[in-house]
Design a protein around this ligand. Structure first.
Ligand SMILES: [Zn+2]
Length: 179
């Protein structure tokens, strides 16, 4: 009987604790300026969670920067350095993907970022033991990109010459990829 009471008390305590921690979680709503929460959420989905960045960290850094884009760009660069050291290709690819979006939203061409991302995609393929890289260009790609569609390279060759995006690519954001 005593044991039963003890267990009941423990269960009650546990349930109320869980409830409390849930409401605590809800209370942590950071006072983002209008329009900043959306890019922060995107960053957290694409980069933040897997690179161990918290929303609180972004918020703190935001206070020292001019705007949210600049803040996220700064954090991306920091994450790049950390992941380059550990050669975490998956994370590097995600960081570049986010930086490409950011660059496009600021009206800048993203092809130099795309080149770097594709470099890590090739390294990932090599790590996975895939022998070939076949170019697939997008349906809305420029002429230079469409001309490369279907071309095959060995992974090492592709790493050496980095055919994507081609030098004469006129896409704002080259959507070519390796399969
Ligand atoms: Zn192109």
């Amino acid at each position: 009987m005593r044991l039963f009471i003890l267990i009941s008390i423990f269960v009650l305590f546990f349930v109320s604790y869980k409830r409390k921690s849930k409401t605590d979680e809800k209370q942590i709503e950071l006072p983002w300026i209008r329009g900043e929460k959306t890019p922060v959420n995107k960053f957290m989905t694409i980069v933040g969670a897997q690179c161990g960045v918290t929303e609180q960290e972004i918020f703190n850094l935001r206070q020292q920067r001019n705007n949210i884009d600049e803040t996220l760009w700064h954090i991306c660069n920091k994450c790049l350095l950390e992941n380059q050291e550990t050669s975490n290709y998956e994370n590097l690819i995600s960081i570049y993907l986010f930086m490409e979006r950011l660059s496009i939203s600021m009206g800048q061409n993203a092809n130099s970022l795309i080149k770097r991302r594709l470099h890590f995609e090739l390294l990932q393929k090599k790590k996975d033991g895939m022998p070939l890289a076949i170019i697939i260009s997008g349906y809305d790609s420029c002429k230079a990109c469409r001309e490369l569609d279907g071309k095959e390279y060995s992974i090492d060759e592709a790493l050496k010459i980095q055919p994507l995006p081609p030098g004469n690519c006129t896409c704002l954001r080259c959507t070519c990829s390796y399969s």
